[in-house]
Design a protein around this ligand. Structure first.
Ligand SMILES: Cc1cc2nc3c(=O)[nH]c(=O)nc-3n(C[C@H](O)[C@H](O)[C@H](O)COP(=O)(O)OP(=O)(O)OC[C@H]3O[C@@H](n4cnc5c(N)ncnc54)[C@H](O)[C@@H]3O)c2cc1C
Length: 360
């Protein structure tokens, strides 16, 4: 088979890329190894509103186009984030966001791409890439451009000889029953060494989980998760595990005719673990660049310049903050002390990927 663009992975990165490069004159094929797009849900499902995203990434433009989501995929509204120290002190940071129904959200993004003319094949995996030809479980596909939007363990990156994500944290999540305050709770300290445990409220129930550095503690993610949910005394279902890239953006996101987008490119905010918005911001740049490339032969390297200009600095700042907190956050007492020194304002800056240590 021959297509103009092959997109590996139909998560937020892949479907947004497809949405912005598909068209009557461009044949775009998305493949995803999952049987159902968006399921299982390996996510906390939190999405900041556009104005909060603009505060984090001031150089990014037209965010309403990306983050104005249909009410049918919204499971709750959030007004603030509580950052909770090991001793139980609460630092409340006003922050507006949505809790998504990620199972529906990912499908809604694919629908937008399909409306523009992109096609989707589920239960189809990329196996290898040789001489520009992708070998997949549905046969060989020759593409002018290949997009790796296939998550932190990107096979596309490996097959294209590109450096992929070098470190990821395990994260376990579930759907909890019950009613919860419309505030995100982030718990720090030995409850989730090097990361945090969360409650992200929905109108009905909540997304509850933990993400942590398993080098900081040699414990199975499921054990740590169990301890957290047992303490909360909640009923839950749909427990899943996933990986959150924590090594920052990869050094090159373009090589020949291959582009990496989203988690495959390490585009996650290291201080909060959020990667949906960054995947979509980069996906739009990737789609637009590919479209121009196919129309006029312009360089695909433009994608690298565009996403770096919009997002690299805050992503790097967050990564530095995380490195520093990894050094300090070794014991609960040190976590308590650091959070007290930073105070509400400093902590607010950390989740917004802004420099914090100069405020100490
Ligand atoms: C437990 C957990 C909680 C999180 N919570 C949040 C949160 O609350 N808010 C937030 O913004 N971010 C959160 N994240 C991060 C967020 O989920 C990711 O950053 C986001 O999904 C990245 O989108 P993506 O499209 O790059 O990758 P993905 O959404 O992972 O999509 C990749 C797709 O590629 C497919 N794929 C993989 N390999 C192949 C292959 N070889 N062939 C074909 N298809 C393939 C997969 O099936 C998948 O559908 C969380 C992550 C985890 C693990």
């Amino acid at each position: 088979m021959e297509v103009d663009v092959l997109i590996v992975g139909a998560g937020p990165a892949g479907s947004t890329t497809a949405r912005f490069c598909a068209g009557r004159d461009t044949d775009v094929l998305m493949i995803d190894r999952r049987a159902e797009i968006g399921y299982p849900v390996q996510c906390g499902e939190f999405l900041p509103v556009a104005k909060e995203m603009h505060d984090i990434f001031p150089r990014s433009m037209d965010l309403e186009e990306l983050f104005t989501v249909d009410g049918s995929v919204v499971a709750g509204d959030v007004t603030a984030i509580d950052m909770i120290s090991p001793s139980g002190k609460v630092y409340r940071c006003p922050f507006e966001g949505l809790t998504l129904d990620r199972r529906s959200f990912d499908k809604s993004l694919v629908k937008l791409a399909v409306e523009r003319g992109a096609r989707l094949e589920t239960q189809t995996s990329l196996l290898s890439i040789k001489d520009g030809v992708a070998k997949t479980t549905m046969g060989e596909i020759k593409a002018k451009v290949i997009v790796g939007a296939d998550g932190p363990r990107s096979r596309t990156a490996r097959e294209a000889g590109m450096r992929g994500v070098s470190e990821s944290y395990p994260a376990v999540t579930c759907q909890a029953d019950g009613s919860f305050e419309s505030v995100v709770k982030m718990y720090f300290g030995s409850v989730a060494p090097g990361g945090y445990a969360w409650i992200i409220p929905k109108r009905k129930g909540a997304n509850v989980g933990i993400g942590f550095n398993n080098r900081a503690l040699k414990q199975r993610p499921s054990e740590l998760f169990q301890r957290f949910v047992d303490n909360l005394e909640i009923e839950y279902h749909d427990m899943t595990m996933g990986l959150v890239p924590t090594s920052g953006p990869v050094p090159h996101t373009v090589s020949g005719n291959v582009l990496l987008v989203g988690d495959a490119a390490g585009m996650v905010m290291a201080t909060n673990g959020g990667g949906i918005p960054t995947a979509m911001i980069a996906g739009r740049f990737a789609g637009q660049t590919i479209r121009e490339h196919l129309a006029s032969g312009s360089s695909l390297d433009r994608y690298e310049q565009l996403w770096r200009n919009a997002m690299f600095k805050p992503l790097k700042t967050a990564l530095r903050t995380k490195w520093m907190s990894d050094m300090v956050f070794r014991h609960d007492r040190a976590v308590d002390l650091t959070m007290r020194l930073l105070g509400r304002k400093g902590l607010d800056r950390t989740i917004r990927c802004k420099r914090v240590f100069h405020v100490l």
